[in-house]
Design a protein around this ligand. Structure first.
Ligand code: AMP
Length: 361
């Protein structure tokens, strides 16, 4: 067992649970800082697996695999929030330092826990109510009003696991259509814009916040971010206050993504938090001196946080499905930086890469 000695010295190993594009970009950043990355991932051929120094192919709940990971590294992070809480607990019990910690994971894995935590820590959200049965779904709809958005409490992402309910009478049917699992019913946010803030907290409690990004979704999937967003100082202050409360409330270590709704009256509501690097933070790769991936590695490794101010305007465009086939067109644009994830199969809507179009400040 290799106990993490913090700050972690270059040459040490860092484990990453998950082998997707976020893990890939974390692994690349970690390698640049001199670390060896060990990826634990279910698929033999994955975006992060192909950039890691070591790859363990297994289910996240596989104890032999977790033991192998623990024998290789004393410090583990994750690239998505649906890693089993039990796996993180197992690693912690076996002397491995896991960051962000189990509380951040538990809060982010359940939309009801998440919104309850946010409201308790002075980070406002839309009104919401939980339901575990069709009857409770009806009661929740009656309390929240229509239209409302019904979401599964767990496992949803990119707009999956959610349904709009237009009429109170449809509550039970929507509940069944989502699989009869515990849900939360959310009031419809009549936002004027979707924004996000990427923030980091180090092991010493120091925090750093990137400028806000303005985000555009299509069919529940992020299509485009513009950063730094054109926002007033008051809005920035509000977002920074929210980030500070969330980070402190979770005793957080690492980078966090906080999705925000900008309301017509100038208030910011939190939509959700992601205890990891975030798609709306990809602009930092080409718009900041230290991007979100290096920042996350610095934070979990116990290094000082890096600067977060913008050094350029960036338009980040996700390349979905076959859009990544246009790499040659993007490569010919001098203002465009290309980031491809090395995924073999371009399924429709699948995130294959992104480009950052960069303009001087
Ligand atoms: P989520 O999976 O919670 O991130 O939601 C995906 C997208 O659905 C968000 O980026 C919003 O565009 C939209 N959305 C989520 N929750 C609400 C809400 N309560 N009211 C209006 N739109 C929402």
């Amino acid at each position: 067992m290799s106990q993490a000695n913090l700050p972690l010295a270059p040459g040490s190993a860092i484990g990453i649970l998950g082998g997707g594009q976020l893990g890939r970009m974390l692994a690349l950043a970690a390698a640049r800082l001199g670390f060896d990355v060990v990826v634990l991932e279910r698929q033999a051929d994955s975006p992060a697996g192909r950039t890691a120094a070591r790859l363990i192919v297994a289910d996240y709940a596989d104890e032999a695999a977790l033991a192998e990971l623990a024998s290789l590294t004393g410090l583990v992070t994750y690239e998505f929030e649906n890693v089993p809480a039990a796996s993180v607990a197992w690693l912690a019990e076996h002397g491995v330092e896991v960051a962000p910690g189990p509380r951040a994971l538990a809060v982010a894995q359940d939309r009801f826990e998440e919104k309850s935590f946010l409201n308790a820590h002075g980070a406002p959200t839309v009104a919401f109510a939980p339901a575990r049965t069709p009857q409770e779904a009806q009661q929740a709809l009656a309390a929240i009003g229509v239209p409302a958005l019904m979401k599964t409490r767990r496992e949803g992402y990119d707009g999956k696991g959610q349904r709009w309910v237009e009429h109170a009478a449809d509550a039970a049917a929507a509940f069944e259509a989502l699989g009869g699992v515990p849900v939360i019913v959310e009031a419809a946010a009549e936002f004027v814009r979707e924004l996000s803030v990427i923030a980091a907290r180090g092991r010493d409690g120091a925090t750093a916040v990137y400028p806000l990004a303005e985000n555009h979704h299509e069919g529940g999937v992020l299509r485009r971010s513009i950063a730094p967003a054109r926002v007033s100082q008051a809005l920035t202050d509000q977002a920074e206050r929210i980030a500070a409360r969330v980070l402190a409330g979770l005793d957080y270590v690492g980078v966090i993504g906080i999705e925000l709704f900008e309301m017509a009256d100038g208030r910011l509501l939190v939509n959700e938090i992601a205890p990891r690097v975030h798609n709306t933070g990809h602009w930092t790769q080409d718009g900041c001196e230290v991007d979100q991936f290096e920042q996350h590695i610095r934070a979990v490794a116990g290094w000082p946080l890096g600067p977060t101010h913008a050094i350029a305007h960036v338009e980040m465009l996700n390349l979905l499905g076959e859009e990544a086939d246009a790499w040659a067109k993007y490569a010919a644009e001098p203002e465009t930086r290309i980031h491809l994830y090395g995924k073999r199969l371009a399924k429709p809507g699948r995130k294959m890469g992104h480009v950052n179009r960069v303009r001087p400040l």
